[in-house]
Design a protein. Sequence first.
Length: 455
Amino acid sequence: MAPTHAVVLGGGLAGMLAASVLVRHVDEVTVVERDKLPDGPGPRSGVPQARHAHLLMSGGARAIESVLPGTLDALFAAGAHRIGVPNDLVSLSAQGWVPRFPEMQFIVSCSRGLLDWVVRGQALRDDRISVLTGTEPVSLLGDRHAVTGVLVEDRISRSQVSLEADLVVDATGRGSKLPAWLVGFGLPEVHSESVDSGLAYATRIFQAPDPAASGFPIVNVQANPRDPFPGCTATLLPIEDGKWLVTLSGTRGGEPTTDEAEFVSFARSVRNPVVGELIASAEPLSPVYGSHSTANRRMFFERLKSWPSGLLALGDSVATYNPVYGHGMSIAAQSALALDAGLSAGHGAQRIQREIGKVVDGAWAMATNQDILYPGAVGKPLPLAGRVLQRYVDRLVRTATTEAAVTRAFLDAFTLSAPMANLVSPKMIWATLRGPRSAAPEPTLTADERDRVTG
C-alpha cells in the first residue's frame, strides 16, 4: 500500500493540533506555513491578536492535553500560570462581581507566543510532521468532487510545487482563501455571517511588583452590553517571567488609544478602576499595541450540500470570535478532537466538517448574542427567540453572582468544559427564575492581594 500523506495549511495553534491528530491516521503530514516560525516564544505576524490577552479555557486545555499529552506540564514549566476559576478570578461580569467560590474550572494564562511555541515544540517531536515555512498555498488540486492536494509557492523565490495529498486541512485562519477556492470549483458561495461590535484593543506589558509576581489572580472588568454607551473593559493577566499583560478594550466611540500617557487613565475609567489602580505604579515593559481585528465571523461550510472529499477546515478558517470571550483557541483544540473522532470512525469529509460546525455552535451563539447588543454593532439583529434567550442568560449570570450551583453551571459552559445546553436544564431554569437570593458581593480583590501590589 502506498504511503498516505496529509497537508495542513497553516502552522499556528489550530494547524499544529490538526497535524498532531492527522499523524495518527496517515503516514506523513506536511504543514505549509507562510511565516518564518520564531525560534522562541515570540509573536508572529500571522497571528493578528498575538500581542493581546489570550485565555486557554479548561475545556480547551483538556483537549490540547488529549491531542498532545504532556503539553500542560510543559506550559507550566515554561512559566504559564494555572488560574483556578473562580477562586483565583477577580471579575466584574455584566451582571456583577463573580464570587470567589472554591475552584470549579481553570484557565491557563500566558502570552500567545509562549503557548504557540510550546504546542509547536510538542507537535514537532514527531518526525513524521514536517513544516514548509515561508510558503503559501496558491490553489487546491482536484475538483468539486475530490481534493487531491495543493499548489504552494515559496514567498521569496516564487517557485511553485504541487503537494499531492490524501487529505488537505485548511487552518490558515481569518485570511483563508477556501471560500473562493470552492467557488472556483463551481460550488455555491459559502453562507457567512458577521457580527462586529466595533471593539478595539490596546495592550501593554508591565513588570509585576515582586510580591505579586506569582500567585496573583486574573483581574477582569467587563462591560455591560445593555448600557447605552460604549462598552469598555480592562483585563490583567499574569503571564510568564513575572509580568502582567494588560489589555484594554472599547466598542465604537469608546476605543482605547495607543497613547502611553493615557493607558492607566483609561483603565481607571471602566466600570471599576481596579485594574488601573493595580498598574498605576507598575513598570511598563512594552509600547502600547493596538488592534481592531475583533469581529465575529463564521463560514458555514457545513451547509454546502456538496463537499469535496479530501478537504476539511477548522480553527479561525471556520469561525473567529471577539477575543474578549477567550474561546478561539479552545474551539480550535476541540475541533481537532472532532477531526480525530471522525477519522477514527471512518467518516467522510462532509460529515466531519458538520461535526466541526457543531463544536463551533455554542461559542458562536454566546459571542454574537452579546456583541449585537452594543451600541452601533453591525450584524443581523437577534430574532425574538434569541432575545428571550439573552434575557434568560442575563438573569442566569446575575444569579451566578451569589448562587454556587449556578456559578458552576455557568463556568462549566463558559470554559467550554460542558455543553451550553446545560444552562437550560430544568434545574438551571428553576434556579435562574428564582434568581439571586442575596446581595451580590463587593469587589473581590483581597486586602492581601492589594498590599502585595501597593506595599
